[in-house]
Design a protein around this ligand. Structure first.
Ligand SMILES: Cc1ncc(COP(=O)(O)O)c(C=O)c1O
Length: 381
């Protein structure tokens, strides 16, 4: 019997990979399932982006291997985007590495920096991939708890009290998924100071900056941040291009070149047409963001009504592609979402998949049309 590697015993198949099989089985057996689980944008990318990929298909070099560092024009467009939206200057030649979605960056960064036995600070609740990748590379997750009472921001006093001697890397993600918490005025400065004090590399995973958020911010806008911080960003949610797989890691050249060492040994450059489309997306005018958010605003109003009908509470100041809602006291998230799936045929994500601090919460995705959301409200009323 051929055994899988020991590291596979440290992780399970991704929650959505499993749960969506169950949901799809219900759909194929004729149940009228409304899926408010995953954050996969259903809206179209900008038209000029679609045109660019179509044109890209016909370019003479389109089918060849592409550069490991992406097209120079793509790195220029990323630098322009960071300057325009975050007032952060990046060198297109040395401080930007395009990725096939930001998710792969979590593995590349972990492979580039973590030795077996190193510790990694991970938010609870937080994106599950931080934890699973940490385990896959043989490092040890150390969770820092986020709490509604502190607006889901890190508690620096509690962080300082942890044993940080083995901590090499810290994942942060503001605007935060799943809670939608925004960074306050001081957060990124406090994080940079914390990283410098303890010699920790902080990575801010920043894919939700442009969704229902008035003030997009980058951790790299803090003076001196590049020494100790990296940022991941993504076109998945901002431009409805989740399936295209385009993201980036940005930061100081010493870090980017370490990550390139891993990535260039694992894959080859992104498809030419996708890069051409991404360039167009990154150049979109303000109108794109206004139009996108006007759709999400209407949807969020409807999701709030749905949450009201389910007797949940939520923070109207939260940002992002989801509504994070608190269940009435004493109700367990997984049992609750299973009962809503069974009785109302609505799939909602239980907060527990993001960690123990997600118990008692559920997460609704805004990736469903107004009509679908109105139908969901009707079903639960
Ligand atoms: C917090 C967070 N980081 C990263 C990702 C991955 O995004 P991408 O599509 O860029 O790989 C997601 C996707 O859901 C996410 O929620």
């Amino acid at each position: 019997m051929i055994q899988a590697a020991n590291r596979l015993q440290t992780v399970e198949e991704y929650y959505f990979s499993k749960k969506l099989r169950e949901v799809n089985f219900l759909i194929t057996s004729g149940k009228p399932i409304i899926n408010l689980g995953i954050g996969s944008p259903d809206l179209q990318p900008p038209q000029r982006v679609v045109e660019a990929i179509k044109e890209g298909l016909l370019a003479p070099n389109a089918h060849k291997y592409q550069s490991y560092q992406g097209l120079p024009e793509l790195r220029d467009a990323i630098a322009g985007f960071y300057k325009e939206h975050f007032s952060v200057s990046l060198s297109p030649t040395t401080e930007i590495l395009p990725l096939m979605g930001s998710k792969e960056g979590i593995m590349h960064i972990s492979m580039a920096y973590l030795n077996e036995g190193d510790a990694v600070l991970i938010p609870n609740p937080g994106y599950p991939t931080y934890q699973s990748v940490t385990k896959l590379v043989g490092a040890k997750p150390v969770f820092y708890e986020l709490d509604a009472a502190n607006n889901w921001l890190p508690d620096f006093k509690a962080l300082e009290e942890l044993d940080l001697s083995k901590v090499k890397l810290m994942w942060v993600n503001y605007p935060h998924m799943p809670t939608g918490a925004k960074p306050n005025k001081y957060l990124f400065e406090e994080l940079v100071a914390f990283a410098k004090r303890h010699d920790i590399l902080i990575v801010n995973d920043n894919p939700y900056s442009f969704i229902l958020n008035e003030a997009p911010k980058s951790i790299l806008s803090v003076k001196g941040a590049k020494d100790v911080c990296l940022e991941l960003n993504s076109l998945s949610k901002t431009f409805n291009m989740a399936g295209w797989r385009v993201g980036m890691v940005v930061g100081d050249n010493k870090h980017i070149s370490n990550i390139l060492k891993v990535k260039s040994n694992m894959d080859s450059g992104m498809f030419y047409g996708i890069q051409k489309g991404a360039i167009e997306a990154l150049k979109c005018s303000n109108m794109w963001y206004v139009t996108l958010n006007s759709v999400y605003k209407q949807r969020r109003d409807l999701v709030w009504q749905l949450a009201d009908a389910l007797n949940c509470t939520y923070d109207k100041n939260a940002t992002g592609l989801f509504v994070w809602a608190k269940l009435p006291d004493g109700i367990k998230a997984e049992a609750y979402i299973d009962s809503v799936l069974k009785d109302k045929h609505i799939f909602i994500t239980p907060g527990t998949i993001f960690g123990s601090k997600g118990e008692g919460y559920i997460r609704f995705s805004l990736c469903a049309t107004n009509e679908v959301l109105e139908e969901a409200i009707k079903r639960v009323k």
